[in-house]
Design a protein around this ligand. Structure first.
Ligand SMILES: C[S@@+](CC[C@H](N)C(=O)[O-])C[C@H]1O[C@@H](n2cnc3c(N)ncnc32)[C@H](O)[C@@H]1O
Length: 291
């Protein structure tokens, strides 16, 4: 019988093979400091599958019969940390500054938002709540949010829309009362209100393989940090093309487009920096890597 606690960490060579494999499938750049973390997470998969070594596991996921396990593998290597009311300045900027500008530029249109790297759904639902709240000042408008992630498990969780504990701890009490309902199926859980859930469509997509277009606003927070600089540039230029001229990109508070070659115009707003696709920009090829 295999004693899993006795399987040591990945060797640098094994780590490198897994890291390259992860990069090829997600563009996630796993740094060598993560060797223990990855070893621990993979050990759990070995145990679940009754495998004896990391090499056996690698052969499985990289072989023809590995498709099913690949889903689990990507889940153990992605970081899905998220919660409601995370970095609210982003949402205040969206509601108070970007939204009125979008309504002015695109009167009567159904506004299209994209939560890119949405994890378990808190971010897109939070955006939907902010937009509905925004209507108190702007009047009624129509909108839709598409929310995408690489991990099937987090998307299943997101579609269920049942949350508890630290995922909802930061939600102000009146908002919780208004936009959530105590879950009748799971004690201690809250479920997002039906009309808010209906605003969000979840899709399993790799950010580097989608070709969205016609968007008014993209929110991609705490995702780009996992990518190399050159891949961040590729992604940001994809975002640029996915937006309508006059649209906005919002990134996480520890992220910036500062060092990237892009046609986005940073806009200093009261609640942070947003990135604007200027309708008056003269279009040129931004980078040889903007594929
Ligand atoms: C830390 S979470 C961020 C969640 C949310 N945006 C927030 O800020 O709270 C990062 C998410 O990005 C997803 N992700 C990473 N690489 C991706 C890729 N190439 N395509 C799609 N999603 C990806 C991960 O699966 C994970 O759920």
């Amino acid at each position: 019988m295999t004693v899993y606690s006795e399987i040591g960490d990945l060797t640098p060579g094994q780590f490198h093979r897994f890291a390259q494999f992860i990069y090829a499938r997600s563009n996630i750049n796993l740094k060598e400091q993560k060797i223990t973390l990855l070893s621990n997470r993979l050990r759990k998969r070995l145990m679940a599958l009754n495998l004896k070594s990391f090499d056996e596991y690698f052969d499985l996921i990289s072989g023809p019969g590995g498709k099913q396990e690949l889903v689990h593998f990507l889940e153990v290597v992605t970081t899905n940390e998220t919660y409601f009311w995370r970095t609210t300045a982003n949402f205040t900027m969206l509601r108070e500054e970007i939204l009125p500008d979008l309504l002015r530029r695109f009167p009567g249109q159904k506004l299209q938002f994209w939560s890119a790297g949405c994890s378990t759904g808190e971010e897109p639902y939070n955006i939907a709540i902010e937009l509905v709240e925004g209507m108190k000042r702007t009047g009624v408008f129509d909108f839709q949010i598409v929310a995408t992630d690489l991990s099937a498990r987090v998307l299943d969780f997101a579609r269920e829309a049942r949350y508890a504990g630290r995922k909802i701890d930061k939600i102000p009490e009146p908002v919780l009362r208004r936009y959530f309902r105590p879950d009748t199926e799971k004690a201690g859980y809250y479920r997002v209100r039906d009309d808010i859930r209906e605003r969000v469509e979840f899709r399993l997509e790799n950010l580097f393989e989608t070709n969205r277009s016609g968007l008014h606003c993209i929110i991609c927070r705490n995702v780009m940090i996992y990518f190399r600089r050159e891949d961040q540039e590729v992604l940001v230029n994809r975002f640029y093309r996915a937006l309508r001229p006059g649209g906005y990109l919002i990134v996480g508070h520890s992220e910036s487009l500062h060092m990237l070659k892009t046609q986005f115009k940073p806009r200093n707003m009261k609640n942070g920096v947003s990135y604007f696709r200027d309708p008056d920009a003269i279009h040129q090829s931004v980078s040889p890597r903007d594929a």
